[in-house]
Design a protein around this ligand. Structure first.
Ligand code: SF4
Ligand code: FES
Length: 269
């Protein structure tokens, strides 16, 4: 691995087929992100990973790393844009953290905290989407969905079930489940499906295990998401190896994983 691009004025090495976000995380450099998950192909929907690259704002999770690319990420301008995006996500859903059992383990909340989102910024939409409590073990609160599609991809690509999908366009876009009744109980979802792990917010919840982790011991209570995201990323190794989390991983040869990437969703024990 010899080629590099510049991130905030410092050289970042990259391997073939890596995106700017993947290379940055692998090199121990954090770029804020929300819908990117190291085990899935980048989706590019949240735009929180927006950086300035060669004079244009672009999503770092879908921007291929290229030699000589000049990327600006850690500037106040980029972080102000990210704060606005996070405020918009809070405004369009019902993210009432004090009553949400995902609080402390929620990527959206942790990201907002890390970026310094202190005000609402926008008038809230207060959506009124009925909760699906039909399944004996699993609860769906659609009012918290940020449309990242991680559950959709996990259910199709890993579980082979395609339990979830996004339907509608624009403001009407929403999560649906694959059953004639529209109810989760009529799908073949199982508690140990990958789709149960990946939701970054509090939509897909296991019943009877909420609020089980004491305050102070939740995932983001002690260390900010900017530090934990680096723990989760495949890291650069001096020895050559494979980067399983990169697009076209078969062609990548200069990175090695030290730790497996962990999931966004933390099960409350
Ligand atoms: S339910 Fe969760 S994982 Fe699925 S699209 Fe909504 S926010 Fe993403
Ligand atoms: S993390 Fe890049 S668009 Fe969401």
């Amino acid at each position: 691995m010899s080629e590099t691009f510049q991130l905030d004025g410092e050289d970042v090495p990259f391997a073939p087929a890596q995106t700017v976000l993947q290379a940055a995380l692998a090199a121990g450099r954090y770029i804020p992100h929300l819908c990117y998950h190291p085990e899935f192909k980048p989706h590019g929907s949240c735009r929180v990973c927006t950086v300035q690259a060669n004079g244009r704002t672009q999503a770092a999770c879908t921007l291929p790393a290229a030699a000589g690319l000049e990327v600006e990420s850690a500037s106040e301008e980029m972080n102000a844009l990210r704060r606005t995006l996070v405020q918009m996500l809070f405004a369009e859903g019902n993210h009432f953290c004090p009553s949400c059992e995902k609080s402390g383990n929620c990527v959206l909340q942790a990201l907002g905290s890390d970026l310094g989102v202190l005000t609402a910024g926008f008038r809230h939409f207060y959506p009124d989407r009925p909760v699906d409590a039909s399944h004996p073990d699993i609860l769906l609160d659609f009012n918290r969905c940020i449309l990242c599609e991680l559950c959709v991809r996990a259910s199709c690509e890993v579980d082979g079930k395609c339990v979830f999908a996004l339907s509608g366009r624009g403001l009407d876009k929403h999560l649906i489940v694959n059953a004639a009744s529209g109810k989760l109980v009529d799908t073949d979802i199982a508690l140990f499906d990958k789709a149960m792990e990946v939701c970054p917010v509090g939509v897909i919840l296991k019943k009877r295990v909420g609020f089980a982790v004491p305050i102070g011991q939740r995932r983001y209570d002690q260390r900010p998401i900017s530090a934990q995201a680096l723990d989760d990323a495949p890291r650069v190794s001096a020895a050559s190896g494979e980067c399983a989390a990169c697009e076209g991983s078969g062609a990548v040869s200069a990175l090695a994983l030290t730790e497996p990437a962990s999931s966004f969703g933390e099960e409350t024990p």
